[in-house]
Design a protein around this ligand. Structure first.
Ligand code: NAD
Length: 437
């Protein structure tokens, strides 16, 4: 199959490279000339484990290439995937569909022969109808089917998620569309991935419902963590105790500083807005969003409490800035409101992140960036673990204690054991776990 991937970001580049690896001929298109020039030089514009080798192998095999001009790849394609961004619209929180609609218009002008146009971007219910309308208005002769194929990959594990998905959802009731999508995803049948066909609107809804459910799970355990902390229970054991029930499941039950990233915050917001347009109130999702927003700044107060309630003149070292490990993505990272809160309370902030510091500099310009965990901890009154990078899981505690001004650690990811930290001479606070008796 010949595939054109419009938008070569976290989703487009991973999906394009994986489709090429399945044996399809893929051209990834992006408006960002710098991105395409970097890819032509063999550089990967994002950090995603394994992506450099995957791209290099498929470029070498001539199954994957890159361009800023969509006309030829779209004209030649059996399927054109739209994988452009759908950020929160400034001011009202609706999904900003301007990039999707602009791409649809451009695609329409270049279509030739039967083509399936597929929205891979996360888009509100009914967007496929509008994409179809735009294409038919721009190019009334186009022989086109518009399908929805939401993406569920997670940054940091994107290639594995793409190649071994729990399911692939394809929204189209058109037989020719189903055939093309079935051919594209056939290699995954070897990996036992169920290919689920639905109506287009249902597929669009599945993506938002999935993200809202996962965000709810995280927020639920975060609230149980707060209660556990006050009531003397251990949230990690509570999570395991409920998660081993198959009806609940152990995943997404890790208490922490609140969810962030490029999807959950914007997608929960957009789902609430979609529901309002249909006069439906999604009170659970509304609460999830509100609770999560409060939580992120509350983490700064937690750090302040660990230092006796006053951060003025104190230095706080922050380990981890990206919203999760194994990505350089800083979009809506919980570190941003945390660090801003610390600065507002008068603290000086130093930070280290294994790959996210370049991206972080534009979001957090007023902090000192360090080259490793120990230089970050040097002279600090408290050390805060924000992202559970593997590099932070086995720190040399003696060395840490020696370089810090005060041995205070606030572990927002529960990666250390309270007994171990206490034995090493630290005042240690974490999420939802009682202090050592
Ligand atoms: P991104 O910002 O990394 O990439 C989007 C790319 O599209 C950018 O490089 C941009 O330059 C390009 N672009 C915009 N308009 C274009 C046009 N008209 N022609 C060509 N290129 C254009 O975004 P992302 O994180 O890859 O997300 C893309 C979509 O996938 C979003 O809807 C997102 O919600 C969804 N999604 C993201 C993830 C994730 O983990 N990042 C997971 C699942 C779904």
């Amino acid at each position: 199959m010949r595939i054109a991937m419009i938008g070569t970001g976290y989703v487009g580049l991973v999906s394009g490279a994986c489709f090429a690896d399945f044996g399809h001929d893929v051209t990834c298109v992006d408006k960002d000339e710098k991105k395409i020039a970097a890819l032509h030089r063999g550089e990967i514009p994002i950090y995603e484990p394994g992506l450099d080798e995957l791209v290099a192998t498929n470029v070498k095999a001539k199954r994957l290439d890159f361009t800023t001009d969509l006309s030829k790849p779209v004209a030649d394609a059996d399927a054109v995937f739209i994988a452009v961004g759908t950020p929160s619209r400034r001011g009202d929180g609706h999904a900003d569909l301007s990039y999707v609609y602009a791409a649809a218009k451009e695609i329409a002008r270049s279509l030739s022969g039967f083509t399936v146009v597929v929205t891979k971007s996360t888009v509100p219910v009914g967007t496929g109808d509008e994409v179809e309308r735009i294409i038919r208005e721009t190019n009334p002769n186009a022989d086109v089917v518009v399908a929805s194929n939401p993406e569920f990959l997670r940054e940091g594990a994107a290639i594995r998620d793409f190649k071994f998905p729990d399911r692939v959802v394809v929204g189209t009731s058109d037989e020719r569309g189903r055939k093309v999508m079935g051919d594209i995803y056939r290699p995954l049948s070897l990996n036992q991935a169920p290919l689920m066909f639905t109506e287009r609107r249902t597929a669009e809804m599945i993506k938002y419902a999935a993200n809202a459910f996962l965000a709810t799970k995280i927020t639920f355990i975060n609230e149980i963590a707060d209660l556990s902390e006050k009531a003397g229970a251990n949230v990690q054991e509570v999570a395991r105790g409920i998660g081993l029930d198959n009806r609940i499941g152990t995943k997404f039950l890790h208490a922490g500083p609140g969810f962030g990233g490029s999807c959950f915050p914007k997608d929960t917001k957009a789902l609430i807005k979609i529901a309002q347009d249909y006069d439906v109130s999604l009170r659970i999702v509304e609460s999830v969003l509100a609770v999560n927003e409060n939580r992120k700044r509350a983490m700064a107060r937690k750090v302040s409490q660990a230092l006796g309630g006053n951060l003025r003149g104190k230095t706080v070292a922050v380990l981890g800035l990206t919203f999760k490990p194994d990505t350089d993505d800083m979009r809506d990272a919980p570190s941003i409101p945390l660090v801003t809160g610390l600065i507002d309370m008068g603290a000086k902030v130093k930070a280290f992140d294994p790959v996210g510091m370049e991206q972080a500099k534009s979001e957090l310009p007023d902090i000192t960036y360090c080259e490793d965990a120990y230089s970050c901890a040097q002279g600090a009154d408290a050390l805060v673990i924000v992202t559970e990078w593997v590099q932070f899981r086995a720190l040399d505690l003696d060395r840490l204690k020696t370089v810090m001004a005060q041995p205070v650690v606030v572990d927002l990811r529960n990666i250390y054991r309270p007994e171990e930290m206490e034995a090493a001479g630290f005042t240690y606070d974490s999420i939802g776990r009682p202090p050592v008796q």
